[in-house]
Design a protein around this ligand. Structure first.
Ligand code: HEM
Ligand SMILES: *[C@@H]1O[C@H](CO)[C@@H](O)[C@H](O)[C@H]1NC(C)=O
Ligand SMILES: *[C@@H]1O[C@H](CO)[C@@H](O)[C@H](O)[C@H]1NC(C)=O
Length: 366
């Protein structure tokens, strides 16, 4: 068996050597379209990239499909439990594509409300390109968030198996869960409280549809197409209003017309276990991105041995710059509106955006 494997490797190696037309001088694989990859298995991902940028993400935008695709990376991967594993039970296979393979089961879980849309949009792309559902979900999230101004460049490892079992219900945190419950669930998947905050940089490019359906698409910060630190500032502002028709389960008052605040974001921003990490991103976009990349690299391989996967990160586009790298207080807000919650470090001085009070409420049709 081992001998056969060595023989097979030698055969491949000599085939590569004997066929210089398939490889560039530095042994990188030629992929077509003039692109090269470090591993021949990465080539097909360039085709997936072109297809989804054009036909799923509206030509490379950071819009609704990108936001939903990023959310989906989490809802698939977090179906994973260290405690279940220790007890010899099945707690979910992690980033295994089960949410797509068994969508009729998993998208009916309460916490997955709304993800059926993006699962149904993504599935045909995965099938057309013959890639596993687990790979596709993580790839689409990584490509998608690279479209957001100031976005991170996520690692992408390929080669997840296409076979999975449905994750059990209860692995995905709810916005009305207590901070204790959320941190415990995330710890059970291997994440520290700081890493939970790091992952929540994702809510910088996010909106809600289902916590209050009367304000479909209401964003969590004033710049939902930029992967910036506004989310970490605005969640610390004093809550003043409900953008929709009142308090819903999992909703807190938000500071700006049209903006939506999840109760979980409100509490994590203020909890002594997470408040300092939260505040640290307000003046450090670079750290926010690096830590998000690191936490996402962990999330994307839950349930897998990363050494058995192939690094195709080179296929992920270089993100565009953000309109601004410096977070501000929204127009009309003052330092006194900030509910500073990190005991060790004073809240940093920020400029206030000029102009009339910031609003993200949709302009009513005239
Ligand atoms: C830690 C606990 C978390 C809770 C309680 C939570 C909860 C929520 C809720 C309730 C929504 C609104 C869904 C809707 O009504 O349409 C949402 C949206 C979103 N979440 Fe989270 N989330 C959490 C963590 C994460 C993580 C770790 C990621 C990604 C790495 C993520 C990415 C997103 C994105 C991108 C959206 C926007 C979806 C869209 O605009 O369509 N969330 N989240
Ligand atoms: C993955 O499994 C699904 C069924 O869950 C199937 O439709 C799809 O064609 C499979 N893809 C690959 C690459 O095997
Ligand atoms: C909120 O909106 C829903 C429909 O989206 C409606 O059924 C409900 O009566 C409204 N509640 C209030 C307090 O306006």
């Amino acid at each position: 068996m081992a001998f056969k494997a060595v023989l097979a490797l030698l055969t491949i190696a000599s085939a590569v050597l004997a066929a210089p037309s398939d490889a560039t001088a530095d042994n990188r694989a030629k992929c077509g379209g003039g692109r090269v990859a470090s591993h021949p298995q990465c080539c097909k991902w360039f085709d997936v990239l072109d297809d989804i940028q054009k036909n799923l993400f509206d030509g490379g935008e950071c819009g609704e499909e990108v936001h939903e695709s990023l959310r989906l990376t989490f809802h698939d991967a977090i179906g994973f439990s260290l405690s279940a594993q220790r007890e010899g039970k099945f707690g979910g296979g992690g980033a295994d594509g089960s949410i797509m393979a068994f969508s009729e089961i998993e998208t009916n879980f309460h916490a997955n409300n709304g993800v059926d849309d993006i699962v149904d949009k993504q599935r045909p792309f995965a099938i057309d390109h013959g890639v596993s559902f687990g790979d596709f979900i993580q790839f689409a999230g990584a490509v998608g968030v690279s479209n957001c101004g100031g976005g991170p460049r996520l690692q992408f490892l390929a080669g997840r198996s296409n076979s999975s079992k449905p994750a059990p219900d209860g692995t995905v945190p709810e916005p009305f869960d207590s901070t204790d419950k959320i941190l415990a669930r995330m710890a059970d998947a291997g994440f520290t409280p700081n890493e939970v905050v790091d992952l929540l940089a994702s809510h910088s490019v996010a909106a809600q549809d289902h916590v209050d359906p009367s304000v479909h698409g209401s964003p969590f910060d004033s710049t939902p197409s930029d992967f910036d630190a506004q989310f970490f500032v605005e969640t610390l502002l004093k809550g003043e209003l409900f953008p929709g028709n009142g308090s819903n389960q999992g909703e807190s008052q938000s500071p700006l017309p049209g903006e939506f605040r999840l109760q979980s974001d409100f509490e994590l921003a203020r909890d002594p276990r997470t408040a300092c990490e939260w505040q640290s991103f307000v003046t450090d976009h670079n750290s926010m991105n690096r830590k998000f990349e690191a936490a996402m690299a962990k999330l994307a391989v839950l349930g897998h041995d990363p050494r058995s996967l192939i690094d195709c990160s080179e296929v992920i586009p270089q993100p565009k710059r953000a309109k601004s790298n410096v977070a501000v207080l929204p127009a009309g807000k003052h330092r006194s509106d900030i509910q500073a919650s990190c005991r060790q470090t004073p809240f940093p001085a920020l400029k206030t955006a000029p102009g009339p009070e910031t609003s993200v409420a949709p302009v009513p049709p005239s």
